[in-house]
Design a protein around this ligand. Structure first.
Ligand SMILES: Nc1nc2c(ncn2[C@@H]2O[C@H](COP(=O)(O)OP(=O)(O)OP(=O)(O)O)[C@@H](O)[C@H]2O)c(=O)[nH]1
Ligand SMILES: [Mg+2]
Length: 307
């Protein structure tokens, strides 16, 4: 499925090279990689077995420049051709925008080509796609070898709908770019039909609507039996009585009366003390005679500073 980034004006399409084992799919991508400037392509990723057979896929990103106002990228993939890797083939095929069917032109490989084409149709169908509508081109590879099936026979056997087809020697780079251009044209025309208006403006896909959040159904009061209508009074729903322990209240102690003693201090300055009538005052002892004491106190009162 072609990917659009409308904000960045970019689009990317996925092209898958399909065909029987050893027909030359990986060789196609290696040849494109070797003959393209590093500006026009990314790095090629290959996941191979020990014997250099494709284990998972090869991937080669290609920059096709500006097309209809979009920077256009093609992601070229190959599938593993060996029969027992079918689940991987299906995985790689998922989301393809175009397919190159690479056939091995050798006579002994004709049945393997037929089988691989049937497998392509079946896998597309399982993925919800259709071999009759997906952009598809054929490549008759290994035309340099002997014991070849004539091109007319290959067309009849494998391409009865006369879709675009190309003869190639992938190992020598012959016919490889013609094939790539052929599938790029088919795929981009298909993208244009589906995603651009007749005036050439891209059709923005509407934002997918968020899944509605399920709302629990409202609880409805069951219909009252006619016989009971008018006989029932509305009552507050019965609530079971729950005994709650009384809260523990701590007795508040009565406010404590502060024991405030008012202390009157009398400071006797030295000049007053010197004129006191009794020398015992200096020693901190009061005379026993009340008259003398009173006289002392009067003197203190009149001449001292109360604090
Ligand atoms: N003579 C000749 N040999 C080719 C040609 N194309 C590919 N080969 C050789 O065929 C062998 C298999 O090629 P691959 O590209 O690895 O085949 P494949 O389709 O990727 O195989 P799987 O990964 O197993 O599916 C290699 O030795 C290639 O050099 C060709 O046009 N002519
Ligand atoms: Mg391969």
């Amino acid at each position: 499925m072609v990917l659009f980034n409308h904000a960045a004006h970019q689009m990317a399409a996925k092209i898958v090279y399909y065909g029987p084992g050893l027909c030359g799919k990986t060789t196609n991508l290696s040849s494109i990689y070797g003959k393209t400037s590093s500006k026009a392509r990314g790095e090629m990723v290959s996941l191979n077995t020990d014997t250099d057979r494709t284990l998972f896929f090869d991937l080669l990103p290609m920059d096709m420049g500006m097309i209809w106002g979009f920077r256009t990228k093609l992601q070229l993939y190959t599938v593993p051709g060996q029969v027992f890797y079918n689940s991987t083939r299906k995985l790689v095929l998922k989301g393809a925008d175009g397919v190159v069917f690479v056939a091995d032109s050798q006579a002994q490989m004709l049945e393997a080509n037929r089988e691989s084409l049937r497998n392509l149709a079946a896998n597309l169908e399982e993925l919800g796609m259709d071999i009759r509508t997906i952009p598809l081109v054929f490549q008759w590879n290994k035309r340099d070898l002997s014991n070849l099936v004539p091109v007319e026979e290959l067309e009849q056997e494998l391409n009865p709908k006369h879709l675009p087809s190309f003869c190639s020697v992938a190992s020598a780079g012959t016919g490889v770019f013609e094939t790539l251009k052929g599938i790029a044209r088919q795929t981009l025309m298909h993208v244009k039909e589906r995603h651009f208006t007749s005036a050439g403006a891209p059709v923005e896909e509407p934002e997918p609507k968020p899944e509605p959040i399920p709302v629990p159904p409202k609880k409805t009061v069951p219909e009252m039996k006619p016989a009971l209508r008018g006989k029932l009074s509305i009552q507050a729903p019965h609530k079971p009585m729950v005994s709650v322990p009384a809260p523990r209240i701590r007795p508040v102690p009565p406010p404590v009366k502060p024991n405030i003693a008012v202390l009157k201090v009398t400071v006797v300055p030295p000049h007053v003390a010197a004129r006191l009538p009794h020398p015992a005052v200096d020693a901190g002892r009061l005379p026993r005679n009340p008259a003398v004491v009173q006289k002392i106190l009067n003197t203190i009162d009149s001449e001292s500073t109360a604090v």
